[in-house]
Design a protein. Sequence first.
Length: 145
Amino acid sequence: MAVLVEMISVILHAQAVKDKYPGGLPALERDPPNFTLCSDGELVRVGFMSPRDTEIFIQDLEKHGFIYQKDGDAADLVVVDQLQGPLLPCSWVEFGYVEFNGDPPRRITACRAAGSPNQNFHVPDGWRHVKLLEVSYLFKKQGTV
């Protein structure tokens, strides 16, 4: 299985959410930090547009016992940049691309649990494909932003 990676994504072990977040995944789904949460049963993803909002969310998770890094590696969660991939070494996720609706030019960044055989792709409710980074680059190139 796989979850969307867009802008800055915090990817969590679903088991860590179950074990450490008060009320587990159902509680996090009822009171998410924003409307970008999605899960494939193995991973949970929450997306952010700013590093500061990402940091605040991670600090909140750490209050519940989540461990961001241990010995330089990702522990219960990892920050994944849409363009760069995981920002820490992380043995439990694979970062890559999936085709959107079978259309190779419309590929989307995603993470899946390392070694997961399931190819299903999960996005937040109401999500739709928009080429934000390509559009932003195009406007800058043309000098309109």
